[in-house]
Design a protein around this ligand. Sequence first.
Ligand SMILES: [Zn+2]
Length: 71
Amino acid sequence: MITCTNCETAQFLQITQSRVYFEDGEMINEISETYECTLCGATGQYVYDEDSDEESITGDVEHTTERPKYA
Ligand SMILES: [Zn+2]
């Protein structure tokens, strides 16, 4: 789950841009999503690279496997 680091919730996050990259016209190997928190205005980007199974986060969002503090 992607959450806002300021608000510590995903409740107000909107995906403003979403891209999926293809290789050889078929395999999805990278996903890029840009988030904006409508509560505090924070923005961040989440990128997932399937080839290396790596996630990277930039900006004011974070990826957490835990339940958010505020549902
Ligand atoms: Zn926020």
